[in-house]
Design a protein around this ligand. Structure first.
Ligand code: NDP
Ligand code: MG
Ligand code: MG
Length: 332
């Protein structure tokens, strides 16, 4: 089991007298910058000049500078930019200001683990990764609580890197909930695997396969949509709150028997074998290489699939059915 740290393991003093540049003011950037500031830490937000977030950050009382100026002024640089542009921004606007003894940090390990960013040896490199979207990081902090987070030390030049990571985690409220120690490798590989095999790739294919099976058998697409997509949320909410057991307690006995007896026929030995293959492509760098090349070529395959998926029947039917659900936000 991983080691867990709480408030009493972390000391904000390690951040006193230091300035933290939070680069980006998106989901994580706004939450982390505001929480740190309210924890009494000196924060500067780094953005591009034409960023639509510039005014938002300033009117929230934060100091805002362009990225190179924020990096020059800071002792600790937290990179909360989209992962696929971090390598370029690092080379052009961060590295020139990464002087000896400074610290470079992330909330996701991808660019360090896959060598898209290779920091100099004479700086600290660490991660503090909240296990939740930014708005929850912010809301929990405001309520005097926090969300669990991961910390990881990649490079410890000053000998104080773990203390910095714990202090930062405290500054955003996460030691109130609990902080797990991991490595850049573990965080990156498990994150990619989860989204590919289960959360995004696995789930969307499962939904589509179920929907298609019903529609191909002559059932109404609307019925197929309710049964194979809409109801996912009801089930996931139960699992999220109380694990598989609570979900199975809440569903009917018939549903529970169908779960036990049919589930393993959907996720077969073959599927598990394929999952292992997906994991090894993550571990040996094949996936990262493929995704980097795809980006360099302006995403031809990505854009083609994206277009095809938008045109699926399940998406057309879903758009109409969701019009009938007044509780859903109309987000296009
Ligand atoms: P967002 O896409 O929400 O925000 C990115 C921010 O970067 C925006 O403020 C954007 O502002 C700014 N930005 C984009 N390009 C540039 C540029 N060239 N120069 C300066 N600023 C730029 O990102 P997230 O918060 O989702 O992700 C940030 C990091 O946090 C990633 O490493 C991600 O993996 C990690 N993470 C994210 C989680 C989440 O819940 N979203 C959870 C845990 C980790 P603008 O476009 O206005 O310039
Ligand atoms: Mg991810
Ligand atoms: Mg049913």
């Amino acid at each position: 089991m991983a080691k867990v740290y709480y408030d009493h393991d972390a000391d904000l003093q390690f951040l006193k007298g230091k300035k933290i540049a939070v680069l980006g003011y998106g989901s994580q950037g706004h939450a982390q910058a505001l929480n740190l500031k309210e924890s009494g830490i000196d924060v500067v937000v780094g953005l591009r000049k034409d960023s639509s977030s510039w005014e938002k950050a300033e009117s929230a009382g934060l100091e805002v500078r362009i990225v190179p100026e924020a990096c020059a002024a800071a002792d600790i640089i937290q990179v909360l930019l989209p992962d696929e542009i971090q390598g370029r921004v690092y080379a052009e606007e961060i590295e020139p200001y990464l002087e000896e003894g400074k610290a470079l940090m992330f909330s996701h390990g991808f660019n360090i683990h896959f060598n898209q960013i290779v920091p100099p040896k004479n700086v600290d490199v660490f991660m503090v990764a909240p296990k939740s979207p930014g708005h929850l990081v912010r809301r929990m902090y405001e309520e005097g609580k926090g969300v669990p987070a991961l910390i990881a030390v990649y490079q410890d030049y000053t000998g104080k890197t773990r203390d910095l990571a714990l202090a930062y985690a405290k500054g955003i409220g996460s030691t109130r909930a609990g902080v797990f120690e991991t490595t850049f490798k573990e965080e990156t590989e498990t994150d990619l695997f989860g989204e590919q095999a289960v959360l995004c790739g696995g789930l969307t294919e499962l939904i589509k396969a179920g929907f298609d099976t019903l529609v191909d058998a002559g059932y109404a697409p609307e019925m197929a949509y309710f049964e194979c997509l809409h109801e996912i949320k009801l089930i996931v909410d139960l699992i999220y709150e109380g694990g598989l057991g609570m979900m199975r307690y809440s569903i009917s006995n018939t549903a529970e028997y169908g779960d036990y007896s049919r589930g393993p026929r959907v996720i077969t030995e073959e599927t598990r074998k394929e999952m292992k293959k997906i994991l090894s492509e993550i571990q040996n760098g094949e996936f990262a290489r493929e995704w980097m090349l795809e980006n360099q070529a302006n995403r031809p395959a990505f854009n083609a699939v994206k277009k095809r998926e938008r045109e699926l029947l399940i998406e057309q039917v879903g758009a109409e059915i969701r019009q009938m659900m007044p509780w859903l936000k109309k987000n296009k």
